[in-house]
Design a protein around this ligand. Structure first.
Ligand code: NAD
Length: 265
């Protein structure tokens, strides 16, 4: 299977190239980044830190989508909107990993899924998808005497907050409780905010250094706390999940799938 990487010069883009290069089940079919990026014209193998593969990074996503069977996208919300449209036109498997999407970009992904196979997840790691499942179960088992907060930390370059994964875990907790996250979420606390409302699901965001991604879901009651934590020590867990998703998507009917579909739970 030939896999293309959009945003191939980014942190995740390079990691995705390295994971494909190391896989026996797929090959690098091409890579693109935004016009003017310093990576344009560079060999994709060298970009990933491996041997040259003889394919250079381009700046034309139309060309890329026409040349591959699947595309993995970890870029920006604006780029994702365009890439989702191209995935639908080319009918390639499209793995959408960008977070912080606005309503328009999300709507384009859902539209693309009518035409082609789209796998979307705010976090492609096996561990976080398992954590999502456990969070929902624990929230279902406990009542609102247990206050729920989601704490996350990421590297200093991350641009969206709370992280897509934190929101995904917050949604899982809300589902378990039988409420809508929008109705109970508190994304910032600053100043005289008053006592914590019963049933609130809170978020706390830390940024710094080179942290690949750490998330804890805290269930705190009088007398005890349950803390569920996942720590990614390398971005490879995300790229391994993304490549697994691309391979899984081949031959599936058009539709919007999640990593839980890919992982089978
Ligand atoms: P990054 O800034 O290192 O990389 C983004 C890349 O996209 C850059 O190379 C940039 O030039 C490129 N880009 C921007 N606009 C483009 C365009 N129009 N066409 C082509 N390329 C374009 O960021 P990153 O750390 O790699 O993260 C990227 C996204 O992936 C973020 O939204 C992040 O939150 C998300 N992410 C998701 C997961 C997951 O498992 N789903 C894991 C890690 C990161």
């Amino acid at each position: 299977m030939k896999i293309g990487i959009v945003g191939c010069g980014g942190r995740m883009g390079r990691m995705n190239l390295a994971t494909i290069a190391a896989s026996e089940h797929c090959v690098i079919g091409g890579g693109s980044d935004q016009p003017g990026s310093p990576v344009i014209g560079q060999d994709l193998g060298l970009l990933s830190g491996a041997d040259p593969v003889g394919i250079k990074a381009g700046d034309d996503p139309v060309e890329l989508f026409a040349a591959v069977d699947a595309v993995i996208d970890f870029t920006t919300p604006a780029a994702t909107k365009r890439h989702a449209e191209l995935a639908a036109q080319a009918e390639v498997v499209y793995v959408a990993g960008t977070t912080g999407l606005d309503a328009e970009s999300q709507a384009m992904i859902e539209k693309a899924a009518v035409q082609t196979v789209v796998i979307q997840a705010a976090n492609m790691s096996l561990g976080v998808n398992l954590l999502e499942l456990i969070t929902e179960q624990v929230a279902r088992a406990l009542d609102a005497d247990y206050d729920i907060d989601v704490l996350e930390m990421h590297h200093r370059h991350k641009v969206d907050a709370p992280s897509g994964t934190a929101l995904m875990l917050g949604k899982a907790a809300a589902r378990g409780r039988g409420v809508a996250l929008e109705d109970v979420a508190c994304k910032t606390r600053d100043g005289q905010v008053g006592a914590r409302p019963r049933g609130e699901i809170g978020f706390a965001t830390l940024r710094g250094g080179d942290v690949a991604g750490e998330h804890s879901v805290i269930f705190a009651a009088e007398g005890e706390q349950i803390v569920l934590t996942h720590k990614a020590t390398s971005r490879e867990v995300f790229s391994k999940g993304a490549v697994k998703a691309a391979l899984w998507g081949r031959g599936k009917p058009a539709g919007l799938y999640s990593m839980r579909d890919v992982l089978g739970f």
